[in-house]
Design a protein around this ligand. Structure first.
Ligand code: ADP
Length: 301
């Protein structure tokens, strides 16, 4: 039940978390890298001693984590919005979605997540532009499509699919992060955005721009833009274009140009994601299958 957010079983003991360097700045507060000392449960310990009968075994494991902090701890509405992301994240278990480890719900509120060692995708693409092969970029797109196909199967609309919301775990593994804007929607319905948040116009579908309509089909449009950013090695879409001019361009049939070295089949897929009519766009399952085919063709070359 997505409407009753509880993260009770996700409560962590703050004394087991140690924050170190600041690694980012979020909408609500700073993000830190930290360590979480996880006690090995009695059950696991028993199993272990049965197997190894070795009393020198460690009684805990230490894992690196990312900790989101919230600066507006006094404002209950803000903390509720901050925690909304954790409520959403706890529903997902996927190899290409950043995992929620837990929360400290008593002030200062912390959200503890799996750490993506190599940070933001856009910065990573820019820093490694010389080294990154074509196949690797395709692999990133494919990995993200598996995560989005999973979200589609769970009827989740992310609403902010963009390279800035992708993190890098290893040189061959990217993960979708930032569920601050995602909302659960039932099959035929859609979510109307509250107009207070700054909207990512250059990533948005025409129906999202015109009617604030966000659906899985509008996520598909955004993913097309995200693929474009990846192939462009972190260049943002519609550089030098005013937000207010984007919709006119789209309605005149203009689309983001073919990135250098982009396989024609991939650009054709991106163009399908940018069909003006939402129903004409492929779903994420189809996109995933197509990317898998493009990847295997690429492997043969
Ligand atoms: P918000 O959505 O509140 O604006 P973000 O999720 O974008 O905050 O986090 C801000 C920054 O912190 C990110 O851009 C990234 O650099 C860093 N960050 C966030 N989560 C992680 C993580 N799990 N692993 C590594 N870095 C992270």
């Amino acid at each position: 039940d997505y409407s009753t957010p509880t993260v009770r079983n996700y409560e962590l003991d703050r004394s087991q978390i140690v924050l170190s360097a600041k690694i980012g700045v979020g909408q609500f507060g700073d993000v830190y890298v930290g360590t979480y000392t996880v006690p090995i449960s009695a059950k696991a310990k028993n199993k272990r001693s049965e197997r190894a009968q070795n009393s020198s075994d460690a009684k805990y494991t230490v894992m690196q984590v990312a900790v989101k902090t919230c600066k507006a701890n006094e404002d209950p509405e803000k903390t509720e919005n901050f925690l909304a992301e954790a409520y959403i994240m706890q529903k997902f278990h996927h190899p290409h979605i950043i995992r929620l480890i837990g929360i400290c719900s008593v002030m200062p509120i912390w959200i503890v997540m799996e750490l993506a060692q190599l940070g933001e995708l856009r910065a990573y693409l820019k820093a490694n532009s010389e080294r990154l092969t074509h196949g690797t970029l395709l692999q990133y797109c494919y990995q993200l499509s598996t995560a989005l196909s999973y979200l589609e199967s769970k009827k989740f609309v992310h609403r902010d699919i963009a390279a800035r919301n992708v993190l890098v775990s290893s040189p061959t593994c990217v993960k979708l992060a930032d569920f601050g804007l995602s909302r659960w929607v039932s099959d035929q319905s859609y979510y109307h955005s509250t107009p207070t948040v700054a909207l990512p116009i250059k990533w948005m579908s025409p129906e999202s721009i015109n009617f604030r309509r966000f659906t899985t089909a509008s996520d598909v449009w955004m993913f097309g833009v995200c693929i474009w950013e990846i192939l462009m090695l972190g260049v943002k879409p519609f550089q030098g274009v005013k937000n207010s001019d984007v919709i006119t361009k789209l309605e005149n049939g203009e689309r983001l140009p073919l990135p250098p070295n982009c396989p024609p089949r991939l650009y054709s897929l991106m163009s399908q994601c940018w069909a003006y009519e939402p129903l004409k766009r492929p779903n994420f399952k189809r996109i995933k299958e197509t990317l898998e085919e493009i990847l295997s063709e690429d492997d043969m070359n």
